[in-house]
Design a binder for this molecule. Structure first.
Ligand SMILES: NC(=O)c1ccc[n+]([C@@H]2O[C@H](COP(=O)([O-])OP(=O)(O)OC[C@H]3O[C@@H](n4cnc5c(N)ncnc54)[C@H](OP(=O)(O)O)[C@@H]3O)[C@@H](O)[C@H]2O)c1
Length: 156
């Protein structure tokens, strides 16, 4: 599994059920990376999408109330997801949110991090990557949007 996240300088990722900021190039990149693959997210992140499920990729939702999301495949615990991963022939990308990143980080081997060079008020955070994670790549700072940001890739 690989994870994709946009964090600010304090590892904040969300506020009031929404993203801190909607960076168009970042959302486009996420679409390109995940199209044709599999995405998994917590029910709160899933419900934050204006249009759902996200098209042209398999949407998996973690929830204890699968009856609320009949349009997608749901898992009521992490083990079910890990079993499903064994049979999957495509990459599973973890799309959050904070609760789900925390639980799935130990099962991820790559992290695609968008670092927003700002500090926001927030109520949801990305966990600290432990020492076993190494940054393998970092892009230039992109300044075309209201908030500057750059892409980073980490491997475990
Ligand atoms: N910056 C980013 O890249 C990024 C990415 C994603 C999300 N976000 C932000 O993060 C926030 C949402 O994160 P969050 O931590 O509040 O919620 P979340 O992780 O999206 O979803 C939490 C929900 O997932 C379900 N869940 C979690 N663990 C489970 C397990 N082991 N088994 C079954 N179900 C499980 C539960 O759903 P039920 O209550 O239905 O049982 C739980 O309430 C929003 O502000 C969102 O915009 C930011």
């Amino acid at each position: 599994m690989e994870l994709i996240v946009a964090v600010d300088l304090n590892n904040a990722i969300g506020k009031d059920g929404d993203l801190l900021v909607h960076l168009k190039p970042d959302l486009k990149r996420l679409r390109e990376m995940t199209t044709g693959n599999i995405i998994v997210m917590g029910s709160k992140t899933y419900m934050s999408f204006p249009k759902r499920p996200l098209p042209n990729r398999e949407n998996l939702v973690l929830t204890r109330h699968p009856e609320l999301y009949p349009e997608v495949k749901c898992f009521t615990d992490i083990n079910q997801l890990l079993e499903y991963e064994k049979t999957a022939d495509k990459t599973i990308f973890v799309l959050g949110g904070g609760d789900v990143y925390n639980q799935l980080l130990p099962y991820c081997t790559k992290a695609h991090i968008t670092r927003i060079i700002s500090e926001f008020e927030a109520d949801t955070y990305f966990p600290d990557l432990g020492e076993e994670w190494k940054k393998v790549w970092e892009g230039e700072i992109i300044t075309t949007e209201e908030y500057p940001f750059r892409y980073e890739e980490y491997h475990r």
